[in-house]
Design a protein around this ligand. Structure first.
Ligand code: ZN
Length: 229
C-alpha cells in the first residue's frame, strides 16, 4: 500500500478524499519543486505552472532538477520527475507565465504560491478571492513565511498594501534548509485545508538560523476585506 504510513495518521477515507483533490503550484523554483514532490508523494493531483528554464544555480535548492536538466523547461522536467515519483496521480503542466489572460489555470481545490514577486501574487489574490483557498509562501536568506489565505479570511493585501520590489534570492541568497522547511509546512497545511481540518490561521515566520518561530495574527485591514466585516 503506497500510502500506508500516511493513512495511519489521517485515515483511509481521508486518503481517498485526497486522491480526488488537485493542487495548483505557481512557480517551480525552490519552494515549488520541494512542495510538489511532497504533494505527489502524499497522493495529491497536481497542476504545475512555470515559464522558466533550469539554471545551474538552481540546483542548490530546486530538488526536482539535476545537472542534465540545465536549460530545459522547468514545467516539463518537473512533470516528468513527479510522474516517476508517483504514476498514479494526475499531473498537468503549463509552460506559461501567469498573467491576466490565463488565470483560469488556477481553477483547482487549492493554489500554492511559490513565486518570487508581488505582481503574480496579487493576480492570484484577486482571482482566488473568497473562492479558491491558497497558501502564500516565501523564503529568502534564512527566513521563510507561510500564510493560508482562505475564503472570508484576511487576504494578501491585508499584509502587503501595495506592489513593492521584494528582496531577491539572486542578491541576498537563500539556504536550502529554509526552503524545505517551508515546503514541509505547506504540505501539512495543504492536507489540513483539503480535508477541512483546522488550518493555521496565523502567518508563520521561521528563521532557521536561530530557530525562531513567530505566529503573527493578520487582521482584515485591506479595503476589500474591511467591507466584508
Ligand atoms: Zn484583504
Amino acid at each position: 500500500m503506497r500510502y500506508a504510513r500516511q493513512e495511519k495518521l489521517i485515515g483511509k477515507q481521508a486518503q481517498k478524499e485526497l486522491s480526488k483533490k488537485t493542487v495548483t503550484i505557481v512557480g517551480l523554483g525552490a519552494l515549488g519543486t520541494n512542495v510538489s514532490s511532497l504533494l505527489a508523494r502524499a497522493g495529491i493531483n497536481l497542476r504545475l505552472i512555470d515559464f522558466d528554464k533550469i539554471d545551474l544555480t538552481n540546483l542548490q535548492r530546486q530538488s526536482l532538477y539535476t545537472e542534465k536538466d540545465i536549460n530545459k523547461q522547468k514545467a516539463i522536467i518537473s512533470k516528468t520527475r513527479l510522474k516517476e515519483i508517483n504514476s498514479e496521480i494526475s499531473i498537468t503542466s503549463f509552460n506559461e507565465k501567469l498573467n491576466d489572460s490565463n488565470l483560469h489555470l488556477l481553477d483547482s481545490d487549492l493554489v500554492i504560491d511559490c513565486t518570487d514577486n508581488l505582481t503574480t501574487r496579487f493576480l492570484i489574490n484577486d482571482y482566488c478571492y473568497n473562492k479558491i483557498p491558497w497558501i502564500h509562501t516565501a523564503a529568502i536568506k534564512e527566513t521563510g513565511v507561510l500564510f493560508n489565505i482562505l475564503p472570508n479570511k484576511p487576504c494578501l493585501k491585508c499584509i502587503y498594501k501595495k506592489n513593492i520590489d521584494l528582496d531577491r534570492c539572486e542578491e541576498f541568497g537563500v539556504l536550502n534548509s529554509i526552503v524545505s522547511l517551508i515546503a514541509s509546512l505547506a504540505l501539512t497545511q495543504s492536507i489540513k485545508i483539503l480535508l477541512n481540518k483546522d488550518p493555521e490561521a496565523n502567518l508563520l515566520r521561521f528563521n532557521i538560523w536561530n530557530n525562531s518561530l513567530e505566529k503573527i495574527k493578520v487582521n482584515k485591514t485591506c479595503e476589500k476585506c474591511q467591507k466584508s466585516l
